[in-house]
Design a protein around this ligand. Sequence first.
Ligand code: G1P
Ligand code: ZN
Length: 543
Amino acid sequence: MNVQSVPTTPFPDQQPGTAGLRRKVAIFRQPNYLQNFLQAIFDSAGDFHGATVVAGGDGRYFNREALQILAQMAAANGVARLIIGIGGLLSTPAASMLIRQRAALGGFLLTASHNPGGPEGDFGLKFNTASGGQASEAVTADIYQTTRSLSRYLIANIGSVDLDRPGEHRYGSMRVEVIDPVTGYAAMMESLFDFDRIGELLRSDFRMRFDAMHAVTGPYAEEILVRRLGAPAGTVINASPLPDFGGGHPDPNPVDAADLVHIMDGDDAPDFAAASDGDGDRNMILGRGLVVSPGDSLAVLAANATLTPGYRDGLAGVARSMPTSRAVDAVAARLGIPCYETPTGWRFFCNLLEAGLVDLCGEESFGTSSSHAREKDGLWAVLFWLDLQAATGKDVPGLIQAHWREYGRHAFCRHDYFIPDAETGRKIFAGIEGAVGTLVGAQGAGVTVGHADVFSYHDPVDGSISDHQGVRVTLTDDSRIVFRLSGTGTAGATLRIYLERFMPPDGDCSGDAAVLTADLGQAAKDMARLSELAGLDRPTGII
Ligand code: G1P
Ligand code: ZN
């Protein structure tokens, strides 16, 4: 095996965000761009000599090409064993579990999650460490520093790896194992949920649709729902992964999965529907005429967890990201277990999961998971909801209504304001942070601010402090407005405004969340002075 050391110059922009490095495909394809980032990981994220490493992606455009480069560089950097999902595909949660199960040094996840794919779309890369979770901020910072001073990368002439041939083969001095990741994933799900009663439900007249959005979960959903659990053919739609996700935006939310929402609003709606995103870590849960708000989903799973085999002994604790609704807090208080409020970004949950402090966690952006992995897990959430329906005989609206009657409702909605000029976006956000001290007592749209602060997180596990994680504004009627800047966009700035209205259990909890929170949205827009500073009178996106 001939190893070449290729001279290179640094790209200064390779700063990974909360979910790894995400850029347009054209940027990733610049000469040496991907190579530099990979080499920075090989140089700074551990000792790769003799190591086992996992690799795979969501199947988006450039996935296969990038994997070939990765394989050649892994061999050159001394990796002994590279485990790849067949076809170069691995869902993010499956990759996380695989890293843990195979005691790998880490894994390369080739994904830009729910961002559009194709030659004009986005590509992404993140490195997960031995725990199966995303690299810590310290490791990410080291990787970034290394990209800034890199002068060479190592690559070996091992030829092209056959990504479609299962089994173990030698390339240069490295062994490549091409595996079917669905088998291990399905076994894990079978250990957590009661497949007998779910199968009984799915083989009855219960009808379900799972929309894989032409992304990575298609093969997993087909195997588990149809082949193992006996759901009728046609249950999984848009099942084949495509490099451009069929031209769609593989994000399971009411806007990008509008077709599914439409089906569930129709006369012929099935009993249950769900969708997952590009890399399989997000989930959307729907019942007839109803999209479950992610904060509610987390709360319902927490409240009913002991009905499932995997969580029958109860939960050590729960966690939610700061902007996520406080529905789960109410459940935790009732159960007498801790509820942690963390900054946005899954890595904060990983510390808590790793330390055994929590078993369930979730965020408002349609992500939920548990101690079984160190990533969020779309299909896991779907199976959890199926198991609860099988266990209780209630459908999704039935479970939600029972929950609201018990705990009250935290009606939730997110307003996104896309600001094309990133600098303007940053200034607007700095303005909101600066105004925190003056907000208390302020009135807007009939609401009075009772409390406002800039969220700072003290990690109870590693002691680290994360400042400036968004602005929290609590109103005197216990409603809440949260502001933060998105960290995952590839252009401009997106100001996210999260709106939450609490409705007590003894009142009427029905109604459309967007309508129920509209006045809060108006007040928030005024607090941020969006019309004045960005010429924006209404959100560019409502989710
Ligand atoms: C978004 C979500 C956040 C999630 C992240 C990665 O980040 O809001 O919850 O962890 O994607 O999937 P944002 O663009 O808001 O920074
Ligand atoms: Zn994702």
